[in-house]
Design a protein around this ligand. Structure first.
Ligand SMILES: Nc1ncnc2c1ncn2[C@@H]1O[C@H](COP(=O)(O)OP(=O)(O)OP(=O)(O)O)[C@@H](O)[C@H]1O
Length: 300
C-alpha cells in the first residue's frame, strides 16, 4: 500500500429516503496499520467495512487512495458450485495471479488453515468452519494491500484462528493495512494501531483504556429496561463490551467491572431514565464454537 486510504464526509443510507446508517465519516487508514472497528449490533460496522472494501459506494462523500483490496464478508456464500481449490484458483486469477501461481497459493493457504484435506470437496458440502477457511484463504491468497475482515475469525477452530492472527501480522508487516470487526474484545487485544466505535451513525476514535476495555479483567452484567423501543444512551453503549436483548425485552449490557458504576449512573441519569433490573458478575466469555464436521469432512 503506497498511500493512505481516506474516507471524507462519507455517508450511507439504503433507499432514497432510508435513515442514514453512517454520516459525516472521516477516516484515514495508513499503510501498515491495523484498525479495529467496534460498535453495538446494527450500528453500521458491516456497512463501513463494505465501503472500505469498495464493494459498496457511499451515498455521499469521497473515498480516495483505494489500494488492491480483499474482503472477508460476515456471511460467506458457501454453497458455490466449485471445489475449494477450484474456487480459490479462479479467484486468484481474478486477483491477477497466473493460473499456476493461483493454484499454488490456493494449496498453500488451505494447508496453512488446516483445510488441505478438503481441497477437492465441493464447497456446498463443507462444514461452516471449513467454508470459513476458504473465505479467509480467498482474501489472503493474492497478498492484498488492504485486508478487510468482518467477523472473519467466527467459526474457525483454534489453530485456524491463530493462523489468521499470524496472517494479519504478516500483512501489516508487509506494509498492507488491515481493518477488522470482531465480537470478541480479546481478538488481537492491544495490537491495533487505532480503534474506532460506530455509534449513532458516527465514527468515534477511541484510544487507550477507554477504547479497549480490559478483556481479561472481571466483567459485570447490567440488565436494564428502557422506554419502549429506546436504545441505551450512546455513552452507555460506548462502554459496553457486549449488548444483548433478552426474550422479556430487557437489555443485558456487559461492561468491565471498573466501569459498572459509571454505566449505572448513565442509565439512571438518562432522560427518560432506565430501570435497572439486575446487576451481577459476568461469566467468562466462551471460546468460539469449534466448527461442526459434515459427513464430507469426516469421510476424508
Ligand atoms: N443492504 C441493506 N439494505 C437495507 N438496509 C441495510 C442493508 N445493510 C444494512 N442495512 C441496515 O443498516 C443498519 C446497519 O447494518 P450493519 O449490518 O452495517 O450493522 P452492523 O453494526 O454490522 O450490525 P451487526 O453487528 O449486527 O452485524 C441496520 O439497520 C441494517 O438493517
Amino acid at each position: 500500500m503506497q498511500r493512505d486510504l481516506r474516507l471524507t464526509g462519507v455517508g450511507r443510507r439504503y433507499g432514497l429516503r432510508g435513515p442514514w446508517v453512517l454520516r459525516g465519516v472521516d477516516l484515514t487508514v495508513p499503510p501498515g496499520s491495523l484498525t479495529r472497528v467496534e460498535g453495538a449490533n446494527g450500528t453500521g460496522k458491516s456497512t463501513l467495512l463494505r465501503l472500505l472494501a469498495g464493494i459498496d459506494a457511499p451515498t455521499e462523500g469521497r473515498v480516495t487512495g483505494r489500494p488492491r483490496t480483499a474482503y472477508v464478508p460476515e456471511r460467506f456464500p458457501a454453497a458455490l458450485p466449485f471445489t475449494a481449490t477450484g474456487y480459490l484458483t479462479h479467484l486468484g486469477t481474478v486477483h491477477g495471479l497466473s493460473r499456476p501461481d493461483a493454484a499454488r497459493a490456493a494449496d498453500e493457504w488451505l494447508e496453512r488453515f488446516g483445510a488441505a484435506a478438503y481441497a477437492r470437496t465441493p464447497m456446498a458440502e463443507l462444514s461452516k468452519g471449513s467454508s470459513q477457511k476458504v473465505a479467509v484463504a480467498q482474501a489472503l491468497l493474492a497478498g492484498p494491500e488492504l485486508l478487510v475482515l468482518d467477523e472473519a475469525w467466527t467459526g474457525l477452530d483454534t489453530d485456524a484462528r491463530e493462523e489468521l492472527d499470524r496472517a494479519v501480522a504478516e500483512r501489516t508487516s508487509a506494509g498492507a493495512a488491515v481493518v477488522f470487526v470482531d465480537h470478541d474484545p480479546r481478538r488481537l487485544a492491544g495490537v491495533p494501531d487505532a480503534v474506532y466505535r460506530v455509534s449513532e451513525g458516527a465514527l468515534e476514535p477511541h484510544t487507550g483504556e477507554r477504547s479497549s476495555p480490559s478483556p481479561a479483567g472481571p466483567s459485570v452484567v447490567v440488565e436494564a429496561r428502557g422506554p419502549a423501543g429506546a436504545e441505551p444512551p450512546a455513552d452507555a453503549r460506548a462502554m459496553t463490551t457486549s449488548m444483548a436483548r433478552t426474550p422479556s425485552g430487557t437489555l443485558r449490557l456487559t461492561v468491565p467491572a471498573s466501569r459498572s458504576d459509571v454505566l449505572l449512573r448513565t442509565l439512571l441519569g438518562a432522560r427518560p431514565p432506565w430501570h435497572v433490573v439486575a446487576v451481577g458478575p459476568a461469566e467468562p466469555l466462551p471460546a468460539d464454537p469449534e466448527p461442526r464436521e459434515t459427513k464430507a469432512d469426516s469421510c476424508r
